[in-house]
Design a protein around this ligand. Sequence first.
Ligand SMILES: NC(=O)c1ccc[n+]([C@@H]2O[C@H](COP(=O)([O-])OP(=O)(O)OC[C@H]3O[C@@H](n4cnc5c(N)ncnc54)[C@H](OP(=O)(O)O)[C@@H]3O)[C@@H](O)[C@H]2O)c1
Length: 284
Amino acid sequence: MPLKNSYTPAAKTSRSAGENHSPIDGDASNLWAEFAQSFRNLVQPLPPPWGELFEPLQTGAVDDLVVIAQIGQSLDGRIATASGHSKYINGPAGLAHLHRLRSLVDAVVIGVGTALADDPLLTVRRVAGPHPARVVLDPNGRLPASAKVFTGDGVRRLLVTAEGTRCALSPEVEVLALPTADRHIAPPAILAALAARGLRRVLIEGGADTVSRFLTAGCLDRLHVMVAPIILGSGRASFILPPIERANQALRMPIRAHQLDDEVLFDCDLSAQRVPIGHAKTST
Ligand SMILES: NC(=O)c1ccc[n+]([C@@H]2O[C@H](COP(=O)([O-])OP(=O)(O)OC[C@H]3O[C@@H](n4cnc5c(N)ncnc54)[C@H](OP(=O)(O)O)[C@@H]3O)[C@@H](O)[C@H]2O)c1
């Protein structure tokens, strides 16, 4: 299958510049700011080069919600080393794509494992665009109040936890206490609770455990897998799904591939297996 080369909005940068490159890519970023605006104005068709990739995120195919997960992985399907180090698997182009996704959604969701390992801020810095609400899934109240996701910077912050878990957080952090079964909170219940608070477009940003739970529950419309040209050889797998006996039982889906500098983005369409979840209180 030929790779599409149309999705190349960012200035060319070398991989070795990944950790230090300038946060915003000049002209490309200004174009992105305009695009993010038209994305929210549903009556306008989305302009190239981004329309094909981001149009599926505008309106839900199954219901009012749009749920996308993104994973950045090595060629051998790892998202982190065995010690949990993942900064950075992807280069500048892959990271800019992640920030573009953040700028288009209402909320970005991570599991407590990622919050503890990476202490991410989850803001939009590599492109121009609005910051999404930050959501952490922490059923056992393991994340300290000093975690960066809880920083009081004017952005909405939400903690999804298990009913009965005690949390000592700023009152500005919205706490959603949901029922559990074996400490697992059903992903449709998480999405319904977010939708009830007006958070309709949701990015599940990791880690593997969290993305896999949403995937297994049929709660993803889209999955973006960004493959970096590196081989870790060991470490944490991108997905942890129930075992299957035969290769032909594997989850298979329609995909489109895009090249971004030296990385390849697989845009996976999961709408065929997405379960209905519900409607947002107010769409943003
Ligand atoms: N390359 C990438 O794209 C990428 C992205 C993000 C993270 N990472 C890396 O991934 C690693 C962390 O990933 P991970 O898989 O170990 O952890 P994770 O997915 O970040 O967090 C998993 C934990 O979150 C809680 N959780 C998530 N979904 C839940 C649900 N539906 N119900 C109840 N609890 C839920 C559970 O907490 P409890 O354990 O308290 O039950 C679970 O153990 C780090 O090394 C990080 O650097 C890589």
